[in-house]
Write a protein that binds this ligand. Structure first.
Ligand code: ADP
Length: 730
């Protein structure tokens, strides 16, 4: 039988069609398109096989049987092609049974007709083949066939015109392929037999080979039925098989050429040699052909490992979200060769996913795409979703998927990756179509499965960074504002302070003048200028005088403070005897000391002290303040005043056995209005200004003043140093 090349050809054609049919069928179980397409190609295979057996048959009985079989096959081709044409490509068509039965009736009628004598009236076996005498049934059959095929084509052609892009290309190639096959088949197997020529019936099926090529091209180039991966594997294995087969054959041929009588042993040896060959060569072959096939089927697939590395680098360098999104999308765009890469990032406090830096492009939180990503947490490939949609039998599920697919198509998104952190969808990466029209395969999904968690953490880090940047900016503006407020407040305070000092100075001056007058008149009274006074009157007048004196001193204190604060503490320098000043103060205050029974001693240095150059009155005030304090704050015991001299300094120490000063208060005593807590309760009359003024006076002279005390009730000592020749005011 296989000596006839026509028959071999027909068998090859049948096998190709069977393979194609199986490929399409295993891809999807429930799709009617695939089922009918497989039915078309299986029928073609049956037709080719029927034809070859018919050609090969030598008796009438088997000839008519095979003829009937291939006519049945042809009827099946027409029926399944019509169905395929109506459904392809994945029309949202519900399978309406009564319509389908309407379509089935003519098909069954033709099948039945084939088995009557009205179809094939007689077969004459001739030396060149067979002559078939056809009846009117055949004409009916032809009409049925042409009509069904015609409707199928028209339906496909219509859809070709309506479709766009990849779909259009898919339909175009399928249409072209099937049209060529149908034309070839019709010419040689329908029309020529009709006019009585039965010689070329074997040619018809050969045209289906072209159809197979066209459809395969559509599968490879335009992802028809998404079976490219399977097809590529099969081609790969066929390549490997043919290559191995050829090697084995060549080797056998080679041995036979030398030895026509191969013994058993020899053939075993040769077979072992083959086996070794095959084992050794298997891997390189596989690799080699694998490379070739993947070059044909998956051109331009990226080097994911390197891409991963370079994106890893980018991620580690970028700190802001905007920078990160920009460089990651740039990297992906260049390497994956897609139409676009968009990274939508969830906006804080809003319900949108936005492309940073662009003010229009965003996807709403309640968009069906986002909902799908959130619920599945998986990469979506638009095309696959579309296939799933066509696969799904449930109408509501179908509509849901349809909505998502529509939306994705509208945005031209082909591939979409959810970026999730702690179960929150923080961003999505959307890819457009590959520029080479290739599919998004398993590798790219795996690539993104590894990449997306990294992008997620990087984005989260960047978000925190952005937040801290924002916070910094806010903080800075707040600090700036607070600083400027403080500066303003400070200026205001200075102004207030100045007006206060001015007020104090004016007030003090105004008080001092009448006081001097009062004191003058009282002295005059006491001295009897206004007539003799009684002893009682003297006592009272003396009280008034002392009070006025205290008042004068207090006013002087205020005047001094105001001078200090306005920077007008002028020193009048003169030479004077320091010891004399101390002795005067002690004598002035001796009455007070006596009242408290305090013993005051003055320790003078052995050597003579030169006159010192300083403001006599001010130094007097300071000594007065220190001794006065020691009397005030000592209830019983003694006061020791020590005067000493070093090379250029004179030192005065006033030590007492009084109430002492606690450690934490000692440093504050020289501040304005500062009084020890316990003291302010006992001696309500103090101002807390004496030591403040003393410090200023001593320091302005270039000296130093300090206090020491062992603690409460342990007495205290106040010391100051003064340059003998004060340089101040020179
Ligand atoms: P005033 O004596 O009017 O209160 P001063 O400036 O002269 O103001 O003194 C400030 C404070 O220092 C006093 O209130 C007192 O608490 C403390 N102080 C001064 N001298 C002595 C001293 N000799 N012993 C104990 N405390 C003293």
């Amino acid at each position: 039988m296989f000596s006839d090349p026509k028959i071999i050809l027909l068998f090859v054609i049948a096998s190709i069609n069977v393979i194609l049919g199986f490929l399409v069928l295993i891809r999807k179980r429930r799709s009617w398109v695939n089922i009918f397409y497989s039915l078309v190609v299986f029928s073609i295979a049956l037709w080719a096989i029927g034809l070859s057996y018919f050609i090969d048959s030598i008796d009438f009985v088997s000839a008519i049987l095979w003829a009937r079989i291939y006519y049945i096959a042809a009827a099946m081709i027409a029926y399944s092609f019509l169905m395929f044409g109506l459904l392809f490509p994945y029309v949202k068509m519900k399978f309406i049974w009564w319509k389908h039965i309407l379509i089935l009736i003519p098909f069954f009628a033709s099948c039945i007709l084939v088995f009557t004598k009205y179809h094939i009236e007689a077969i004459f076996i001739q030396p060149w083949g067979k002559d078939v005498i056809l009846g009117w049934g055949y004409v009916v059959f032809t009409v049925y066939f042409l009509m069904y095929m015609g409707i199928g084509f028209v339906s496909m052609w219509k859809k070709e015109r309506e479709s766009l892009g990849i779909r259009k290309m898919q339909i175009k190639y399928v249409l072209l392929g099937t049209l060529i096959a149908a034309l070839g088949g019709s010419v040689f197997n329908l029309f020529l037999p009709l006019v009585g020529n039965y010689k070329f019936i074997w040619l018809g099926p050969l045209f289906t080979f072209l159809m197979a090529i066209f459809i395969s091209y559509a599968i490879i180039r335009y992802r028809l039925m998404n079976i490219r991966l399977i097809l590529s594997r099969i081609v790969h294995y066929i390549f490997s098989f043919v290559a191995t087969f050829l090697i084995v054959d060549a080797t056998l041929y080679f041995f036979e050429a030398f030895d026509t009588n191969l013994t058993n042993f020899k053939s075993i040896a040769i077979s072992s040699l083959f086996a070794i060959f095959v084992i050794i060569l298997h891997d390189p072959f596989q690799k080699f052909f694998g490379k070739i096939t993947s070059n044909i089927f998956f051109r331009g697939v990226s080097d994911y490992q390197n891409l991963f590395k370079s994106i890893g680098n980018t991620i580690s360098k970028q700190v802001s979200r905007e920078g990160l999104a920009y460089s990651v999308s740039k990297n992906l765009y260049e390497e994956l060769k897609v139409d676009f890469v968009k990274i939508y990032i969830k906006e804080e406090g809003s319900n949108r996913y936005k492309i940073l830096g662009s003010n229009q492009e965003s996807i709403n939180n309640n968009s069906c795409i986002i909902e799908k990503l959130k619920s599945d947490n998986r990469i979506i490939i638009t095309e696959e979703l579309e296939l799933n949609q066509n696969d799904t039998p449930k109408i509501d599920e179908y509509q849901k998927l349809e909505k998502i697919v529509e939306k994705l198509n509208e945005l031209k998104i082909e591939f979409i990756v959810p970026i999730v952190i702690e179960e929150k969808l923080i961003a999505i990466i959307a890819l457009g179509q590959k520029r080479s029209n290739e599919i998004f395969d398993k590798e790219i999904i795996e690539f993104f499965d590894v990449l997306s968690p990294q992008i997620a953490t990087a984005l989260e880090k960047a978000r925190l960074y952005d937040e801290s940047q924002q916070f910094n900016i806010k903080l800075k503006s707040e600090v700036d504002k607070a600083t400027s407020d403080l500066v303003k407040a400070n200026i205001r305070l200075k102004q207030l302070d100045q007006s206060k000092s001015e007020f104090l100075s004016i007030a003090a001056h105004q008080l001092r003048t009448p006081l001097t007058g009062i004191k003058g008149y009282i002295s005059m009274f006491l001295e009897g200028d206004f007539g003799k006074i009684t002893d009682d009157q003297r006592i009272e007048l003396e009280k008034i005088y002392r009070s006025s004196d205290r008042l004068t001193r207090l006013v002087d204190v205020f005047l001094n403070v105001s001078r200090i604060e306005t920077g007008r503490l002028d020193l009048k320098k003169e030479n004077f005897d320091f010891i004399k000043i101390v002795e005067d103060v002690v004598s002035d205050l001796s009455q007070q000391a006596k009242k408290k029974n305090l013993k005051i001693t003055i320790q003078k240095p052995d050597e003579e002290i030169p006159k010192i150059l300083a403001d006599k009155d001010k130094i007097h005030d300071v000594v007065m303040n220190l001794v006065d304090n020691s009397i005030k704050y000592t209830e019983k015991g003694w006061i020791n005043i020590r005067i000493s001299k070093s090379k250029s300094l004179i030192t005065l120490e006033v030590e007492d056995s009084g109430i002492g000063i606690s450690e934490n208060e000692i440093d504050k005593l020289f501040q304005k209005f500062s009084r020890a807590e316990a003291v302010s309760r006992i001696h309500t009359g103090g101002s807390g200004l004496g030591l403040f003024i003393a410090k200023k006076i001593i320091e302005t002279h270039g000296g130093r003043i300090w206090a020491e005390s062992e603690g409460k009730d342990k007495g205290s000592s106040f010391t100051f140093t003064l340059p003998i020749q004060s340089k101040i005011n020179e």
